[in-house]
Design a protein. Sequence first.
Lengths: 244, 46
Amino acid sequence: MRSETGTRVLGTLAVAALAVLAVMALVVTPPDVNQQDAVRLFYIHVPLATVMYVAFGITALASVLYLLPRTRARKWDLLAGASAEIGVVFTGLTLLTGSIWGRTTWGVWWTWDARLTTTALLFVLFLGYLALRRTTGDTDARAKRNAIAALAVSIDLPIVHKSVEWWRTLHQKSSLLDEETFLHPHIHGSMYWTAMLGIGAFVLLFAWLLIHRYRLALLADRVEDQGLERAIAERRAEVLTGAR
Amino acid sequence: MTHVGYLVAGYGATFAVLAAYGAWIIGKKRALARELPPEERDPRWH
């Protein structure tokens, strides 16, 4: 299968899975006894947060691969940047959907709870990382600096995940994705399967976005090189013309 | 159904942002691909 056909199939699958998710989450699943229909935000909030971990995890892994001399290649730096940008989008949406859900269940849009605060910090840290990537300089030195910065800010990832256990928080404990609830989930039936479908659908979408964002980064790199080569050729021609 | 406004805001914002971001990536990729000479263009960039 040609790679562009593969990505089209992936994109179609992601859209189809998201459409099924919307129907399951908004129509099929029952309302919660306590939260009523506000619980339906769970089916997008948790998958968005899951992809946030995956995206920043890939950034951290690609950064390690760039820093190791044996595996060092430009592609790892570009992949780290592509995944971090998508991670920032998903983190922003995690904070937004969490805030809306919080308003319905806690009565406030925001509170300085450990989970919320560490997630907001993660968002700001990775925004800073993306800003750092835009600075100029030698390609290799810049990529090394990016990789070190990515690993430094990734320290917040396990803190976000464990924050509901390490501190007394208003935010509920993990519903699906910790060591205990993964094997013995607290939710059942259509609610459980819809949550799982949500994670699958958003992971498919993330994969599609990552492939295209990575290709965009490769292309931008190529265009930049072309521009540089053209500028050098023009300068050389000017010098030669001046010398005659 | 309760909390309709919150659900519309949550789902609407999520799908709108992700659709806009996906469209931005594809649009930017196509625009950049046009800057390269035709012989260097890769079909994956369209």
